[in-house]
Every structure is written in structure tokens, then in C-alpha cells.
Design a protein around this ligand. Structure first.
Ligand code: GLY
Length: 352
């Protein structure tokens, strides 16, 4: 399976997600085709820069594109306004103008911040996503949600800004440390609980040869959801499965627990709670736990229901009186449910 798969996302002007091997070397050609006469700044982090920055710069130079770079310190703790300001400043120092673009080369943190910077630099310029982690390939690089964390909570400042192209080079996963690999598989398992079917079967088998298919299935599903509900007014909220407890765990840990590991625990918690409360077919948690264990992901947290509830109150999905949770009725069928904070506390308590 060495050909490139192309998944269209019909939102706004529409864009393609390409999945395949060796795509890093196609960046220059892709930019030249879509943005002739443009200049660009590649935004990447201190982990990814030594691995892939020169290669992507070479590809751009070969295509005759003037490109600069901006490297920020890796990690969720740097996904903040200060780093965002640094990216905007680099764009300005490189004299990017409205017909130019940014390129995000890295994981979810890089993609989120680059997209946010592109969405507000000169009131909006295009950007390209080149995700280099499982997490950013299966979820965050597609759909245009771009944000930074504030001291008050995760992803509290941001914009919807769709990329112009997403290039998922599967080869970049070869250098991904195993804990980052597992981290992304949590979002794939989350998607499998939403879709059931082939993706759920693939996620039950911890075989790295399945990963390209898992990524492609997740992107196809997400592209459909984003096309139907770009602004998360309804169906897109389903993608937050496991994220209510997940975001709370991240916040309680001072963002030391990585996003995917927190989402894994959040998904396991809501599956156990749904089974125990009679909200599901009674067997969701068994399958969810099997999928998570297959990819070395955690099922439990040591934070209390009180800690998690307090953190959830500042979740951007929370209203004054409660929060919309995603309840897995069965693997392949999830529903939104409006909960009061008392009801949420009860689900946290029994799901722990
Ligand atoms: N990561 C969830 C979404 O894009 O809606």
C-alpha cells in the first residue's frame, strides 16, 4: 500500500488530506501548485526540528519558495499566548503578507498554535498542516480547531481556521517515541467507539501494520463530521467523547499528563459509568478497556471525583449549570446528554 490516499474535506473552500509515505519531499511542489509566488514560515518544535525541518526547507527551496522557520520549545506547557506571540512575531520579521502562508510541522500543539497564528496574522492567512504524530494525524490536523491554553483552562483562546492542505507522511511515525505513539492511539480508540465496525476491529489488534488504515479510517470519519457541523453546534460535539474527564485530568496534573493518556482514562471512565448506570448495552467498557490496553494506554486516574469536577467547571464546554457529555450507548453508537454538575460528579464517581 504505497500509493497516496486523498481524503477531501468539503468545508469552506475545501481541502485535501493526503496520507502516504515520503510526503515530506512533496511539500515544495504542493505549495508551488496551490500558492505560486508565495513565501512561507515553517513552524515546528524543538523535538521535530532536528528530525525534519531541513528536509522540508530543502523541498521548498527546490521548488523555488522562499522559506523561513520558527522553532518553539516542545510540549503542551508551551501551548500558550507567549509562544503564539513568538510565532506571530517571526511571521512579521520574515515579512509575510496576506498572500503568504504558514506551515505547521509537528504534533497537535504545533498545529493548534500555527493554525491560530495563521487565523489572526494580518486577520487571516492560509496554512498547511504536516502532522508528525498519530494524534495530530487522526484528529487535530483536520477540522480547523486551533487554540492555545490559558491558565484558567485548556484551549480557551482560539479560532476556527481550516488548513489549505494536510500532508500525513506515515514515515514520520518511525521516529515517534512509543509513549507519543500510544498517546495518539487514544484518539483513534475514541473514534472507534464512535464508529464501531472496521475501525473498532483494527483498534483491538495492536499491530503497527494497521496504523495507516487506522489513520485513514479516523480521517474519513472526522472529515464527514466536520463537513456536517464545522462549528460544533451538534454532531461534532461527539468528538469530545472522553474529553470531559480527559481535560479535567490534564488540568489537575498541570498539563503533565499528556492529552491522549488523559483522553484514554476519560473514555474508560465514561464507558464504565455508562455501563454501571444502565445508560449503555452493559458491555461498552469491556471493549473500550481491551482497545486501550492493546495500545498500552491507562484506564484509571488517581485524581478524585471532587478534583475532576472542579476542573470541569472551567472547561470551555461547560455552561453555568452543567455540561454536555458524550455517552457511549454501545461501541458504534454514542449520544450527547446534557448533565448538571451533580450528575457529572456522579458519573465521575462511579467511573473512576
Ligand atoms: N478534536 C475534536 C474536534 O476537532 O472537534
Amino acid at each position: 500500500m504505497s500509493e497516496i490516499q486523498t481524503i477531501p474535506v468539503q468545508v469552506g473552500k475545501g481541502y485535501e488530506v493526503r496520507v502516504g509515505h515520503g510526503l515530506l519531499d512533496t511539500v515544495g511542489k504542493a505549495v508551488k501548485e496551490s500558492f505560486p509566488d508565495s513565501r512561507t514560515v515553517i513552524v515546528t518544535d524543538s523535538n521535530v526540528a532536528p528530525l525534519y525541518l531541513e528536509r522540508v526547507l530543502d523541498s521548498l527551496r527546490l521548488a523555488g519558495i522562499d522559506a523561513g522557520s520558527c522553532v518553539f520549545a516542545a510540549g503542551e506547557t508551551h501551548k500558550n499566548m507567549e509562544t503564539l506571540t513568538g510565532i506571530l512575531n517571526e511571521a512579521a520579521l520574515f515579512r509575510l503578507n496576506r498572500k503568504d502562508l504558514l506551515i505547521a510541522l509537528g504534533g497537535g500543539v504545533c498545529g493548534d498554535m500555527t493554525g491560530f497564528a495563521a487565523g489572526c496574522y494580518m486577520r487571516g492567512i492560509p496554512f498547511i498542516q504536516i502532522p508528525t504524530t498519530v494524534l495530530s494525524m487522526v484528529d487535530s490536523s483536520v477540522g480547523g480547531k486551533c487554540a492555545v491554553d490559558l491558565p484558567a483552562g485548556k484551549n480557551l483562546a482560539g479560532v476556527f481556521h481550516q488548513p489549505s492542505l494536510v500532508l500525513c507522511d506515515i514515515d514520520t511515525l518511525d521516529t515517534l517515541p512509543s509513549e507519543f505513539f500510544a498517546d495518539g492511539m487514544a484518539e483513534a480508540v475514541k473514534t472507534a467507539v464512535l464508529t464501531g465496525g472496521r475501525l473498532a476491529e483494527l483498534c483491538l489488534t495492536p499491530d503497527r501494520d494497521n496504523v495507516r488504515s487506522i489513520i485513514t479510517e479516523c480521517i474519513r470519519y472526522k472529515a464527514g463530521v466536520v463537513q456536517r457541523d464545522e462549528r460544533e453546534l451538534g454532531e461534532r460535539k461527539l468528538l469530545n467523547l472522553g474529553h470531559t474527564a480527559g481535560h479535567a485530568i490534564e488540568k489537575c496534573s498541570g498539563f503533565q499528563v499528556p492529552h491522549g493518556h488523559a483522553v484514554a482514562v476519560g473514555t474508560a471512565m465514561i464507558a464504565r459509568a455508562a455501563d454501571l448506570k444502565g445508560l449503555s448495552d452493559g458491555s461498552v467498557s469491556e471493549t473500550v478497556e481491551k482497545m486501550l490496553l492493546a495500545w498500552d494506554l491507562p484506564l484509571h486516574t488517581s485524581f478524585s471525583a471532587d478534583d475532576l469536577l472542579e476542573a470541569s467547571k472551567s472547561d470551555k464546554k461547560a455552561g453555568g449549570a452543567g455540561i454536555t457529555a458524550v455517552i457511549p450507548r454501545s461501541v458504534g453508537h454514542c449520544e450527547l446528554m446534557d448533565l448538571t454538575f451533580d450528575e457529572l460528579y456522579e458519573l465521575f464517581r462511579i467511573g473512576l
